[in-house]
Design a protein around this ligand. Structure first.
Ligand code: ADP
Ligand code: MG
Length: 240
């Protein structure tokens, strides 16, 4: 589903991603963890070209990423993204947030888009809030709307960038439960998160990043119980 080869990226002089190699199979669930500033967000943002890389190759769903807008759009149609701060449109209702891209990008008739949106809102258990505005919802509810909105485009891959780290503790579970359900349904997922319980429940592999590199990659039990690198050990000792 995703192939990344020898990916390098710089912000000015700062070498933020160093020789990243990563293969993600269809249906695979990957958790990415690592210290703040290690390049986790930059890496997943490169996958749908929210960030441009300078060296290496990224292929998503068989489409090779270039700077050609047609290709970028083709890839973005296949890739859903959920951000730390939800990024819902504040002036649109929950339902309108979910219908915007299906109507304007996929050219779906409004009625069909609304029907699909209500189905996904039902699945994240928030259909009863469809007519509200994001500002009227809790953080956990907004994040579930953001997940539903991404799913309305029927993506083949979902990228999550610390989806629960802006939430109050009591709201983390309602979002993780939705993500676990999605994982069980077979969605290909790349999740930047430090929720190690989530990683143990659903991840096929956990990747530890530090200073722009993939330091270690292993199934959760292996990585948590028997980390190979001292950097991984030190990081885990701080968060577990
Ligand atoms: P993480 O998500 O692991 O915390 P990021 O990918 O956000 O890390 O950032 C990695 C590094 O790149 C950090 O040192 C950050 O300050 C820097 N960085 C991120 N975005 C930019 C940007 N747009 N311009 C310059 N530096 C950036
Ligand atoms: Mg980040």
């Amino acid at each position: 589903m995703i192939t990344i080869n020898r990916l390098n990226k710089w912000y000015g002089d700062f070498h933020v991603l160093r020789d990243i190699d990563l293969e993600v199979a269809k249906g695979e669930r990957i958790v990415i963890c690592g210290p703040s500033g290690s390049g986790k967000s930059t890496l997943i943002r490169c996958i749908n070209h929210l960030e441009r890389h300078q060296q290496g190759d990224i292929t998503v769903g068989g489409v090779h990423m270039t700077n050609d807008i047609k290709r970028i759009e083709q890839i973005r149609r296949n890739v859903g993204m959920v951000f730390q701060h939800f990024n819902l449109f504040p002036h649109l209702t929950v339902l309108e947030n979910c219908c915007l891209s299906p109507i304007w990008v996929q050219k779906k008739p409004r009625r069909e888009a609304e029907k699909t949106a209500m189905e996904y809102l039902e699945r994240v258990r928030i259909a009863n809030q469809a007519q509200k505005y994001p500002g009227q919802l809790s953080g956990g509810q907004q994040q579930r709307v953001a997940i539903a909105r991404a799913l309305c485009m029927h993506p083949q891959v979902m990228l999550f960038d610390e989806p629960t780290s802006a939430l109050d503790p009591e709201m983390i579970k309602e979002v993780l439960d939705v993500m676990i359900e999605l994982a069980r349904e077979g969605m290909t997922m790349l999740c930047v998160t430090h929720e190690m319980g989530f990683a143990k429940t659903v991840a096929d592999r956990v990747i530890f990043m530090d200073e722009g590199q993939i330091v270690e990659s292993a199934p959760p039990q292996e990585l948590f119980n028997n980390p190979q690198s001292p950097r991984t050990k030190e990081f885990l000792s701080q968060i577990l």
